[in-house]
Design a protein around this ligand. Structure first.
Ligand code: NOJ
Length: 735
């Protein structure tokens, strides 16, 4: 439909029809015989279902078609209903959780993954995904770090952009793609003390330098929607924050797509004590330019009244409605209201070998090797014991892979069978302990072990017997799936007690121990690194988890993942990020350290820093060479290193470029990631790796409240993680 016709349609719509385009109903409202429970009374029900512009949570091509047919038949202008769903890291083929995807440092892997997710979901009736999450995260206590690609604005920006491109393709009307929604605008990840849904106090320059860039990259990549966040930002809830939404999002970032509230967030402005009542909340949200009200009655019940009272203009309403109609039009729904969904197509594309292969590759690249003493990995024993609650666990996804079937997942034991089937390696497995302590409250129910009381003792005895038999023990430990995700803040970020007990018993046996940790956040690993011969972080790897992990354990592939978030020594260090400020009293390398920035009982630095991760080989990075020492305005400096694989196997290393602005009109971080390149080298091989540095890479939010660079000294570092000290200085002289 062309723009003129779309406007014509808008003109023909009644006020009620228009308002209802801005209302999103939960999917259950459209399930057979269902009521809009909790939202509307019976009398309003049918009318809301007849006119609401969008719904979330429904998938299944046949089901969607049936609902769409019925809806369009009853809608006065036969405008299609819009179907949205959280496809966060997979619909049926589940990819590593976003934190794991961040660890790949590979935008192409991430883009491809998003395109597979879109293809499966679109064939199954989904038209919009609530992904990617561009929230910068620095506090491992916050459960939603699992949905983020990490603590670095530059890396997040690349990842968010890659996801948007993967979901949306060249054109969202293409039935293999979805419209993508960048969320949660803004700074949701800055919640105080990692407490979900909380207050965020952040200065203007930190907001702009750290928190906003990733969302901006998603918008530049063409994301069709943006979602508001649950938090307040400096005292103002996002859904009513006119400065954030109108001035920054619409004007500065030039976002002209649909702005949707998070679930219930408009009504929550009342609980926050920002709106007096629902009507006031609706007024504030419309003023801020929020187009769709997700699952409250703020808009449906109040926009009419606001117009009557003259608080909302018809033009203001039309503007929002037109954006929703335009989205439907961009998706091609006026021509094909199912957006190409069909059961036949879905069966063809779902969990295809190709999709599984791409997911498996993503898993391999997401695994981060933190320890590998005396080349403990790859596995080399003839008798291998896979012990622990994750050895045979199918729940390898996160709680945000809501539409997948865990039964489709490949466990480590499944993959080990394939890997060692025809060889002389024998492997056995034991659960070792229960995943959690009996009685752990996950908020969605208490974890209960129903079997015999002494189950953990029995499981432990079995594990000890097995360990005695084995040459090598692969300990498969991790957080329970319900320990990360929305509303899962943790004050203690360690592994569950029964698993730590299992670890201790196993470590005391003096055998070679390879520890795998499945997690949705950085953890306090306690004694695990010291007492393990190798340690591999697996995040939440998804459907192909077992395969990807066995590919690496067996040595078919060298690991190459890099931490997208710092791992702390203990929870007291959180929030923890590498790109912090130096302070006026940085801790010196040598003692005495009194009256400097320090903890008395723990290092300042991360236990494993951002960007860290080993391979099965060793690499040497030469000193940084610059082709010149002074950078002009429209100039570039080339910084180069020679990288040598000094180990005895081929591997891929990620060479990272960091820059420090030595003095600025506002203090600047000790390092900021500004580029990275992967180099694949065979044993003994060398390669020159170069990065161009230009003036725009040195800009920040200056004392003049604008993005600019300032003349002066900079240090450029090139190394294999953010702790590298391999640096050299140059100068920026714009004139
Ligand atoms: C709440 C979550 O915060 C958001 O990320 C999600 O997309 C919506 N619910 C819809 O399910």
């Amino acid at each position: 439909m062309n723009e003129t016709k779309l406007k014509q349609l808008l003109d023909e719509m009644s006020l009620e029809e228009k308002i209802m385009q801005l209302v999103q109903l939960p999917g259950w409202a459209y399930e057979e015989g269902a009521a809009v429970t909790g939202l509307a009374d019976d009398a309003k029900n049918e009318n809301m279902k007849r006119l609401a512009g969008s719904t979330l949570g429904i998938y299944g091509a046949d089901k969607v078609k049936k609902i769409q047919d019925e809806y369009m038949k009853n809608h006065p202008h036969h405008i299609p209903l819009l179907f949205m769903l959280d496809v966060i890291h997979g619909h049926k083929t589940v990819f590593p959780c976003p934190l794991g995807q961040g660890a790949t440092f590979d935008t192409e892997v991430v883009r491809k993954g998003a395109s597979i997710q879109a293809k499966e979901a679109a064939a199954d009736g989904v038209q919009v995904t609530f992904s990617p999450m561009g929230d910068l995260v620095r506090d491992a206590r916050w459960g939603r770090v699992v949905e983020s690609t990490g603590e670095d604005p530059y890396l997040n920006g690349l990842m968010v952009s890659a996801m948007v491109k993967g979901y949306q393709g060249e054109d969202v009307s293409d039935p293999d793609h979805l419209a993508s929604c960048v969320k949660h605008f803004a700074a949701y990840g800055g919640a105080v003390a990692g407490r979900d849904y909380n207050n965020v106090e952040v200065s203007e320059h930190t907001l702009r330098e750290q928190y906003l860039p990733a969302y901006a990259e998603g918008i530049k990549a063409g994301a069709k929607l943006v979602m508001t966040s649950f938090n307040t930002l400096n005292g103002i809830p996002s859904s009513g924050n006119t400065y954030l939404m109108r001035d920054i999002l619409r004007k500065e970032m030039q976002f002209d797509g649909v702005l949707i509230s998070d679930w219930g967030a408009i009504a929550e402005m009342e609980s926050w004590g920002f709106a007096e009542d629902l009507k006031d909340a609706a007024d504030l949200a419309m003023k801020a330019g929020v187009d769709i009200d997700m699952c409250t009655e703020a808009y449906s019940g109040n926009l009419g009244k606001l117009i009557e009272e003259g608080k909302l203009s018809v033009d203001g309403l039309n503007e929002a409605v037109l954006r929703v109609l335009k989205l439907k039009n961009d998706l091609g729904l006026f021509e094909d209201p199912y957006h190409g969904a069909s059961d036949e197509k879905f069966k063809k594309v779902v969990l295809s070998n190709e999709s599984r292969e791409i997911a498996r590759d993503a898993v391999r690249k997401s695994l981060v090797l933190l320890e590998n003493k005396k080349n403990a990995l790859p596995l080399s024993g003839k008798r291998i014991a896979f012990i622990g609650p994750y050895a045979n666990e199918k729940n390898l996804h996160s709680t945000w892979a809501i539409s997948c079937d865990p039964e489709d997942a490949v466990t480590i034991v499944d993959a080990a069978k394939e890997c060692y089937g025809d060889s002389d390696v024998v492997f056995r497995t034991a659960q070792g302990c229960n995943m959690l302590k009996n009685g752990t409250d996950l908020g969605m129910g208490v974890y209960e072990v129903k079997k015999e009381k002494k189950e953990n003792e029995k499981l432990l005895d079995e594990a000890i017997d097995l360990a005695e038999w084995a040459d090598e023990i692969v300990l498969c430990l991790g957080e329970h799936i319900g320990q990360s995700g929305e509303s899962t803040s943790r004050a203690m970020i360690d592994l569950p007690k029964p698993q730590m007990k299992l670890f201790k018993e196993m470590a005391d046996m003096g055998k070679k121990i390879i520890t795998l940790v499945f997690c949705g956040r950085p953890l306090d690993l306690k004694k695990i690194p010291e007492k393990s011969d190798a340690l591999l972080i697996c995040f939440r790897p998804g459907t192909e988890g077992g395969h990807g992990i066995m590919d690496v354990l067996s040595g078919k592939y060298s690991p190459q993942g890099k931490l997208p978030m710092s791992f702390p020594w203990c929870v007291g260090q959180e929030p923890l990020n590498y790109n912090a400020y130096n302070t006026g009293r940085p801790k010196p390398q040598q003692r005495p350290t009194i009256f400097t920035t320090r903890y008395l009982d723990c290092p300042n630095e991360a236990r494993y820093p951002f960007g860290y991760g080993l391979t099965y080989s060793d690499f040497e990075v030469s000193k940084v060479e610059l082709d010149k020492k002074v950078l002009g305005k429209d100039d570039k400096i080339t910084a180069s290193v020679t990288v040598k694989n000094t180990g005895d196997s081929a591997a891929t290393e990620t060479i990272q470029l960091y820059i420090r602005d030595m003095a600025g009109s506002r203090v600047r971080p000790v390092k900021e990631l500004r580029g990275f390149k992967k180099v694949s080298l065979s044993a003994g091989e060398t390669e020159k790796v170069s990065f161009d540095i230009t003036e725009d890479m040195l800009r920040f939010y200056t004392i003049n409240n604008c993005w600019d660079s300032e003349d002066g000294k900079f240090t450029v570092y090139i190394g294999t993680d953010s702790a590298t000290l391999n640096g050299t200085e140059f100068e920026l002289k714009k004139q």
